[in-house]
Design a protein around this ligand. Structure first.
Ligand SMILES: Cc1ncc(C[n+]2csc(CCOP(=O)(O)OP(=O)(O)O)c2C)c(N)n1
Ligand code: SF4
Ligand SMILES: [Mg+2]
Length: 251
């Protein structure tokens, strides 16, 4: 009896992520959803610049690499070129999506592009060694805020779901976490809905996943999961920020 196996949409190769990094969990959830919806043959993923830059090696669907922050623009082109034939998703970190790529994020949401965005908020630039991100918490120690993020000097964190929910465009915005089993299950449900919305031509769906970076947070994997509960979730409350999918017409 098979009790545990890799989803078909996840390539059978070792992931390069650090021990305890939750990128791997989110990869698995995305792959499970692709399997369950039976869309592997028509899905195109757009990989970002960041720790998940090599996502193109990990998903068994077609993958495109975007330059830093431009994944929603690349996804827009892919989807518009073949609106019925392809399911297009981006997978982006907070540096990628909320800093250098903020314009692409906001405008693709405002246009209600029929794409799915998986947004990994780990409150840091993981790939480049732990610099402050737009989502780093007030007081958070990073390589570029060694005394803690000083909001007088650096401003306040950007809350993407709250901010985008003020736009008319987006169809569906939800923030989830993957720090315990119950939250992982809710995260999968949200990711599935974000893909289903696209299949139903509903429009822009973004799932923000509160994630960990034990390496650059300077914590054990276990402590990092606790820090999500103690610090991240109080600042970034989980939940649905916008959901027009029940009432909206097809785009
Ligand atoms: C044009 C450009 N500017 C800056 C960089 C350096 N850079 C690479 S990844 C990255 C941020 C990655 O952080 P994030 O998007 O949060 O992803 P994570 O690694 O945390 O998953 C930066 C600034 C780059 N590669 N290209
Ligand atoms: S540096 Fe952080 S985000 Fe990147 S793989 Fe390691 S733990 Fe994950
Ligand atoms: Mg990050």
């Amino acid at each position: 009896m098979v009790v545990f196996k890799k989803p078909e949409a996840l390539a059978d190769v070792p992931l390069h992520y650090c021990p305890g990094c939750t990128h791997g969990i989110v990869h698995r959830l995305v792959a499970e959803v692709i399997d369950e919806l039976g869309i592997e043959g028509k899905t195109i993923g757009v990989a970002p610049v960041g720790c998940s830059v090599m996502a193109y090696n990990y998903f068994n669907c077609d993958m495109v690499e975007a330059s830093h922050g431009r994944a929603p623009a690349v996804a827009t082109g892919l989807k518009r070129a073949n609106p019925e034939g392809h399911v297009v998703f981006t997978y982006q970190g907070d540096g990628d999506l909320a800093s250098i790529g903020m314009a692409e994020t906001v405008h693709s949401a405002a246009r209600n592009e029929n794409i799915t965005i998986i947004f990994i908020n780990n409150a840091i630039y993981g790939m480049t060694g732990g610099q402050m991100a737009p989502t780093s918490l007030p007081g958070q120690v990073t390589q570029t805020s060694p005394y803690g993020r000083d909001v007088k000097a650096c401003g306040y964190p950007v809350k993407i779901c709250e901010m985008l929910s003020e736009l008319e465009g987006p169809e569906y915005l939800e923030r989830v976490a993957v720090n315990n089993v119950a939250n992982v299950r809710k995260a999968k449900k949200a990711i599935k809905k974000a893909f289903e919305n696209q299949l139903n031509n509903k429009g822009f769906s973004l799932v923000e996943v509160i994630s960990t970076c034990p390496t650059n947070w300077g914590m054990t994997p276990q402590k990092a999961l606790e820090w999500v509960d103690e610090k991240m979730i109080p600042y970034y409350p989980l939940g649905v920020y916008k959901d027009r999918s029940a009432e909206s017409e097809e785009k």
